[in-house]
Write a protein that binds this ligand. Structure first.
Ligand SMILES: *[C@@H]1O[C@H](CO)[C@@H](O)[C@H](O)[C@H]1NC(C)=O
Ligand SMILES: *[C@@H]1O[C@H](CO)[C@@H](O)[C@H](O)[C@H]1NC(C)=O
Ligand SMILES: *[C@@H]1O[C@H](CO)[C@@H](O)[C@H](O)[C@H]1NC(C)=O
Ligand SMILES: *[C@@H]1O[C@H](CO)[C@@H](O)[C@H](O)[C@H]1NC(C)=O
Length: 219
């Protein structure tokens, strides 16, 4: 799902962070803190799945609010509370925001959140393919219906509501970082859990890859 370089990057970050984790009352200073500042990124937007959800799944549905990610021990080390992140610590989008000298990017579903520096549209458990496409292949998406196309719709209506015209929008987002994914892993997970063969999974690859590529173009 995530390539090996990213895993190495994260593993290194966690190694750097681990000695300080008990005293983590404020945002952590880590090796790459502010190192992206020279790129002048001032907004981050992301779509994806559990590798980057900062709190949408637990807010979007009763089922999400009952998920383990809405409860300790998730979040106990850094946030002293569950945030909806599907891990105890920080996610890639968090490290990237901190590296860019920005505050952590809030989830779209957080009421009244400050989106000055971007929005996280990611939903844990989501798929790259729309639910209807999965259903046509007899695959059920059991966690959320907010697949990639839904997250992109949210993004578009967000921009529609925040900028008056295209020039305005382009200007507002001139220094924005758009992150697509990781997404698509759950399409294969659900297919496997629901008894599809490896051959059937392989047959899904072009459609999933095509959907993600189109999402990048649409963004
Ligand atoms: C802790 O997290 C839960 C679930 O995300 C939230 O409802 C609650 O308001 C949070 N509590 C504090 C003190 O932030
Ligand atoms: C939102 O955040 C920005 C930048 O962090 C800050 O300047 C602004 O005052 C905040 N807005 C509100 C309403 O808190
Ligand atoms: C964009 O906003 C306008 C005015 O608020 C609204 O009429 C229109 O339906 C919106 N378009 C989309 C795609 O959300
Ligand atoms: C776009 O919106 C901005 C901000 O409201 C405004 O200043 C500008 O004149 C508009 N441009 C066009 C082409 O409508």
């Amino acid at each position: 799902m995530v390539n090996s370089h990213l895993f190495t990057f994260l593993a290194l970050l966690f190694l750097v962070l681990s000695p300080m984790s008990n005293a983590m009352k404020v945002l952590p200073k880590f090796q790459y803190y502010d190192t992206l500042k020279s790129y002048h990124v001032d907004k981050i937007y992301e779509v994806g799945d559990s590798t980057s959800d900062t709190g949408n799944l637990i807010r979007e549905s009763p089922m999400g609010s009952l998920s383990p990610f809405a409860r300790l021990p998730y979040g106990e080390t850094f946030f002293k509370n569950a945030t909806g992140r599907c891990l105890n610590g920080l996610l890639m989008i968090d490290f990237i925001a901190l590296s860019a000298g920005l505050p952590l990017i809030k989830p779209y579903k957080e009421t009244g959140a400050n989106f000055t520096h971007g929005v996280n549209f990611v939903v844990a458990g989501s798929t790259a393919l729309p639910l209807e496409t999965l259903a046509a292949n007899n695959i059920l998406s059991p966690v959320t219906s907010s697949s990639l196309d839904v997250q992109l719709d949210w993004m578009h209506s967000y921009f529609n509501s925040t900028c008056t015209n295209q020039t305005d929008c382009a200007e507002n987002n001139g220094n924005s970082l758009f992150m697509v994914g990781e997404i698509g892993g759950n399409d294969y997970n659900y297919a496997l859990f629901e008894g599809k063969s490896i051959q059937e999974l392989e047959d899904m690859v072009p459609q999933i890859v095509g959907t993600i590529a189109n999402a990048v173009r649409r963004e």
